[in-house]
Design a protein around this ligand. Structure first.
Ligand SMILES: Cc1cc2nc3c(=O)[nH]c(=O)nc-3n(C[C@H](O)[C@H](O)[C@H](O)COP(=O)(O)O)c2cc1C
Length: 364
């Protein structure tokens, strides 16, 4: 299993859904950084389940315990090891060993890939639970980036058929800051109500819904990214596709660019306050895999939660016969309310890695 990311920021992830803890080790933060514990706690609470009827009833407090790398609230410059202990697991919800394969989960693929030795309980290492240490790492990286003028905001751009305002068009950044304190991180009040209704209807139907998280990153200077293979798009999409349930990633106008002519798609260069900028931002702040100084715009499509209470066709592995399953237990009818902070975290991790790569080039 590849659970290690980065060359300049070395992150290693560990844990399973029903293990005693999930956590990370992380190398690359400088010595002496004062950890903003309030921002860290806020980030983790945005990801935590059990907060509202829109989320699973599984209760997790998600408190970070630093085992190394932090002393008196500041980083020591040595590797950070952090754990988030788990509580409230109900393994009996899942029976004994992998048998009846849950459709669109990793039960079958994980079983084949790990020769039957995988921790199958509650999705094991494939669980959304692993996003708790990712959010921890992301919150630390975001703090490092904030000290350099970078701000990251994500919202639910689309949920089922309901669409929010365009986050790229928002000029008043106080409106973006509010997103981090909302159960449904949505800009428009009408869209928020429609999305909430869609989630509650799906839950009542024993079903689930998916959608799109859009993320905007302001304050990234021109010049980050290491094409070919470590272009900004490559690094961010590599991280974002690692998040369970992500099935699509696009930048700027994304797939819509395919239907445009060059004259409609190009972003004209202009000078604003003595700086080179682009008049529009259909490229999402990236040209040739390198940031151009405009906000980075990235969208992430999340599938509907695979666990649903409706009867579904599947296979019993032990009997090697077709059967049916209904998944009962505590599940999110929609992953998106908890996923915005995860997308922000992955963008922070990727951008800190690329920032440090650029710094290393300057020193060389
Ligand atoms: C924050 C978060 C929470 C999740 N919660 C659930 C859940 O409650 N039930 C579920 O079936 N899937 C949940 N998932 C998604 C599954 O883990 C994921 O769909 C599954 O492992 C299969 O992976 P894939 O969709 O990437 O193919 C969650 C994902 C994230 C990011």
């Amino acid at each position: 299993m590849s659970s290690v990311f980065g060359q300049y920021l070395r992150l290693s992830l560990f844990g399973q859904s029903h293990g005693p803890a999930v956590g990370l080790t992380m190398d690359g933060l400088p010595a002496g950084m004062l950890i903003d514990t309030e921002a860290l706690a806020l980030a983790l609470s945005r990801r935590a389940p059990g907060r509202s009827p829109l989320s699973t009833a599984r209760q997790e407090t998600d408190e970070v315990e630093f085992l190394s790398g932090v002393l008196n609230g500041r980083t020591t410059g040595q590797p950070i090891c952090a754990v988030i202990r788990s509580a409230g697991m109900h393994s009996q919800d899942y029976g004994q060993g992998v048998d009846v394969l849950r459709p669109s989960h990793a039960d079958y693929t994980g079983h084949v890939r790990y020769f039957g030795f995988e921790d199958w309980r509650g999705g094991g290492s494939f669980s959304g639970r692993l996003t708790a240490p990712l959010v921890t790492c992301g919150a630390l990286c975001a703090q490092w980036l904030e000290a350099r003028g970078v701000r990251i905001w994500a919202h639910i751009a689309r949920l089922g058929d309901c669409r929010d305002e365009d986050i790229a068009a928002v000029e008043d950044t106080d409106r973006l800051a509010v997103l981090k304190r909302k159960q449904l991180p949505v800009l428009s009040g009408a869209a928020e109500q429609a999305m909430e209704a869609a989630i509650l209807t799906a839950r009542a139907d024993g079903d689930s819904v998916g959608g799109v998280i859009a993320c905007r990153v302001d304050g990234v200077p021109a010049g980050l990214g290491a094409p070919f293979f470590d272009s900004v798009e490559s690094v961010l999409s590599h991280l974002l596709f690692s998040v369970p349930a992500v099935k699509g990633v696009s930048f700027g106008a994304g797939f819509d660019l395919a239907a445009l002519r060059g004259s409609q798609a190009n972003d004209a260069f202009v000078i604003r306050d003595g700086q080179i900028r682009t008049e529009t931002n259909r490229a999402g702040g990236i040209n040739g895999g390198i940031t151009n100084g405009m906000p980075i715009l990235v969208q992430c499509a999340f599938r509907p939660t695979p666990s649903i209470a409706k009867a579904q066709r599947t296979v019993s592995l032990k009997d090697m016969r077709e059967t049916e399953t209904e998944i009962h237990g505590r599940h999110d009818p929609c992953i998106l309310p908890r996923a915005a902070v995860v997308v922000e975290a992955m963008c922070a991790i990727g951008l800190m890695e690329l920032w440090k790569e650029r710094e290393a080039c300057l020193k060389a």
